[in-house]
Write a protein that binds this ligand. Structure first.
Ligand code: LLP
Length: 417
């Protein structure tokens, strides 16, 4: 993101030096650019100008309250997947009507709380969930607005990035079953059919799978409406990728220009749309600043041990994901090749492999593209406290999450008598 840039060899976020922030708040430290988030959102908003579209930020990507506030103030709705995420969104003052609820394992208690909050729509992922939701809603004297999350089963061979919209994974309702399940939904007393939903995967860097999925979904919309069930909205999920290592995903506005043209051609241009982007709104708006603890030269490899670990940055360990790692102060001595690793007691605790870096102990490194699926996936493994977070807005920086201390971690535990 252009908001993360060097000035005189010192890495800055919106002009605020990361070295200063690290000195003030310690490391590991997540730093986010508000302008970068709003710019990413603006690309969607440009693409949707003059259209009826609700952008529901998928907060699993980064659910920190100040981030939610930023998107709420910019006019977003929210896509939640748990009762916990619901409480986060409500805590920043969002109306229930601006929230949609996805996820394969909603509990009765979560459904009740969401109904009480006046949730906009439940994206239902199975026939069993449909029955339970109707029961819960009826018992509460409410009617739940629902979409079915349909699995478009887009061909995996041509589009290897797609992982959640295929047959054989746990998400969604099979395309072939959808019409029948909609008929069942219509009969159930606690439900009102509101729309249709799909989500084909994450970190998608091509347009084609979206176009294929859209065609499949629109075929279904036509069938469902021909069977007498009007769908007020169509939700296309999230999934647009970002550049971690030179990938070139389509820009949000360019992607939607193509998708909207397809929608218009098929006569659905006037419909209410929803989307659920996560990563593409926050991923490149954040960095994680970490201090080099030790350099450990070896016969086969050199290791650079930093104070951030897989509990802070789980994506490399979990998905072998690539995050760029750059010095906070550029222009140190001769570079060498290192595996950048954390202090956690696991061989899987690596952050970057075979990286060329000129570093000494005490130097600061920035792990880039760390705005999405890092802090929200952080854990306390090895009894490590979760990192602090700072949001930069223009020249100002705000501590939006204090570093977790050991007392925070021990608070809920009980000694045996
Ligand atoms: N809607 C639904 C129903 C989803 O399951 C997801 C992500 C999204 C929206 C948002 O997708 P996005 O725009 O962020 O791609 N932890 C993994 C990513 C998991 C994505 C899960 N679902 C990672 O770090 O790559």
């Amino acid at each position: 993101s252009p908001q993360v840039a060097y000035q005189d060899d010192a890495l800055q976020v919106e002009g605020v030096a990361l070295a200063d922030l690290a000195r003030r708040h310690g490391t590991p430290l997540f730093v986010y650019s508000k302008a970068s988030m709003l710019e990413a959102l603006a690309a969607y908003q440009r693409g949707f100008a003059g259209r009826k579209v609700k952008i529901c930020y998928a907060l699993k990507a980064n659910s920190s309250l100040a981030i939610l506030q930023t998107f709420a103030r910019a006019g977003c709705g929210f896509d939640i997947v748990s009762g916990g995420e619901l409480e986060r969104v409500l805590a920043v003052g969002v109306r229930g009507a601006d929230i949609i609820f996805s996820g394969v394992g909603k509990t009765r208690a979560e459904m009740r709380r969401a109904l009480e909050a006046g949730i906009g729509c439940f994206n239902v992922e199975s026939e069993a969930e449909l029955e339970v939701l109707s029961e819960v809603a009826s018992a509460a004297g409410k009617t739940a607005a629902i979409s079915l999350r349909v699995n478009p089963n887009v061909d995996p061979k041509t589009h290897p990035y797609i992982s959640t919209g295929l047959k054989g994974n746990k998400f969604g309702i099979a395309h072939e079953r959808a019409l029948e399940v909609y008929r069942r939904a219509r009969e159930l007393p606690g439900l009102r059919v509101a729309g249709i939903d799909c989500h084909i995967g994450s970190q998608i860097t091509e347009v084609a799978p979206y176009l294929d999925a859209m065609d499949r979904i629109l075929d279904l919309v036509a069938q469902i409406e021909a069977a007498g069930m009007p769908l007020a909205h169509i939700d296309f999920g999230g999934g647009l990728g970002i550049s971690y290592n030179g990938e070139q995903p389509p820009a949000a506005d360019a992607l939607w220009q193509q998708l909207l043209a397809r929608l218009d051609a098929r006569g659905y241009g006037e419909r209410q749309f929803m989307i659920e982007p996560g990563r593409s709104l926050v991923g490149n708006a954040g960095v994680c600043v970490s201090e080099v603890l030790y350099l450990k030269p070896g016969e086969a490899k050199n290791f650079c041990v930093i104070d951030a670990a897989m509990n802070d940055l789980p994506r490399p360990a979990m998905y072998q994901a690539f995050h760029a790692i750059v010095p906070v102060a550029r222009g140190g001595g001769e570079p060498a090749h290192y595996d950048v690793v954390g202090p956690v007691c696991e061989s899987g605790d690596w952050i970057g492999r075979d990286r060329s870096l000129a570093v000494r102990p005490g130097d600061l490194l920035a792990v880039l593209s760390a705005g999405a699926y890092c802090m929200s996936m952080a854990s306390n493994y090895n009894t490590r406290g979760r990192a602090a977070e700072v949001l930069v807005d223009g020249g100002e920086s705000f501590l939006i999450r204090e570093r977790e201390d050991v007392a925070d971690q021990l608070r809920k535990e009980k000694l045996l008598p």
